[in-house]
Write a protein that binds this ligand. Structure first.
Ligand code: ZN
Length: 379
């Protein structure tokens, strides 16, 4: 079986043959797989080995976000043609180093969902052991992981890449999306004119798009099957940004429990499946396993913030649910920053309650009480 090995702790730019950190239709394939094949594919953490196992947040404060995400691939699936569905079975995922990290970026470099409330960076290093994660930076917590790829997807066609650049340009102009950045682009070791031409149009990996990409869906775990639309000949499957655990929304952006890891996958094809099933964005079967938490405490948020009533705004409502959970956790010995990192890293369930009762959208955020070594219910 194909096994792609990486050097953990070594930047992608120093091992460029394993992958890429931008999307482009013409990135050369790393290896080929036949339908029915399996492979084990290792990948670097999403910040490309910039975070150190120490108690100093300067690595997060000074992060170079243009190095995200170092992906392993792309893999050619022999016989895949535009219009097909690529079937990916996630057979297993495991860390390859026993350390993970979570953090929140500073307001002037990276930000995050609650950035206006948390302008300064924080960091938590996690020890990963079997099913569990603990952190010296957040005492009294033990999480059961739901391991998953934050990022997995296939290459866009050149037409799709062109469309991405075109539709994101107005957002880039407002500073609300990131443009291509040739300076730190890695395209599987390409150099010279070919690299220069591709790097200036190669899209950043931060947002998910219709090919998949940075979906950050925690239920795409062991046992999941994903159906990807194929936009480019050979499909070009790539993956990275593996998470040991993540709360819905990955609210701190830096991020879940981030790790270097290995995915064992199987691939297959459904010829002409896109038209047959009207699928033009990933469809998946969630994992059959979940951490077994029986009890949760849930917080409700509505689309009202700082005295302003927003109309049916689920983003505001979810942010309010997060803030209410943080207010509450402070009563159990956690700093607000620790509580923020718990919400980004623990298997938090986020839900839209009502999105019809004008003018207020309602979201809920549920924390498994079993992650704490103390009873956190009101008495
Ligand atoms: Zn991540």
């Amino acid at each position: 079986m194909l096994h792609i090995r990486i050097k953990p702790g070594v930047r992608l730019s120093e091992q460029p043959e394993i992958g890429h950190n931008r999307w482009h239709s013409d990135i050369p394939f790393l290896a080929s797989l036949m339908p029915g094949d399996e492979a084990i594919i290792e990948s670097l953490d999403f910040l490309d080995a910039q975070i150190k196992n120490d108690d100093d947040v300067s690595d997060i404060r000074n992060i170079d976000l243009t190095l995200a995400h170092p992906l392993t691939g792309p893999f050619e699936i022999i016989g895949a043609a535009p219009g097909d569905l690529l079937v990916v079975d996630i057979i297993d995922i495991n860390p390859i180093t026993p350390i993970g990290f979570s953090g929140n970026f500073s307001k002037d470099n990276g930000g995050g969902f609650l950035v206006d409330y948390f302008p300064d960076p924080h960091k938590a290093i996690w020890d990963l052991k079997g099913l569990f994660a603990t952190s010296r930076h957040i005492p009294g917590i033990k999480l059961t992981g739901l391991v998953h790829p934050g990022l997995i997807g296939c290459l866009p066609s050149y037409e799709l890449l062109t469309e991405w650049n075109k539709r994101e340009a107005p957002l880039v102009a407002q500073g609300l999306a990131k443009p291509p950045c040739p300076a730190t682009a890695v395209l599987r070791g390409l150099k010279g004119n070919k690299f220069d031409q591709m790097a200036k149009e190669a899209c950043r990996t931060i947002p998910a798009r219709e090919h998949g990409g940075n979906m950050d869906i925690k239920d795409i775990s062991r046992g999941s099957r994903i159906f990807f639309p194929v936009y480019q000949k050979g499909a070009g499957l790539s993956m990275g940004d593996l998470h040991f655990s993540q709360g819905d929304g990955e609210i701190a952006f830096c991020g879940a429990i981030e790790m270097d890891g290995a995915m064992h996958i199987g691939v297959d094809l459904i010829k002409d499946g896109m038209a047959k099933y009207s699928i033009n964005a990933p469809v998946f079967i969630p994992s059959k396993i979940k951490p077994h938490y029986e009890n949760y405490i849930s917080f409700q948020g509505i689309s009202v913030e700082n005295g302003v009533n927003y109309y049916m705004d689920a983003t505001v409502a979810y942010r309010q649910a997060c803030l209410k959970a943080i207010d509450y956790l402070e009563h159990f010995g956690y700093t607000r920053a620790q509580a923020y990192l718990i919400l980004t890293a623990a298997p938090i369930e986020g839900r839209i309650g009502g999105i019809v009762d004008i003018p207020n959208c309602v979201c809920s955020l549920s924390i498994p009480t079993g992650i704490f070594d103390q009873d956190i219910l009101p008495k």
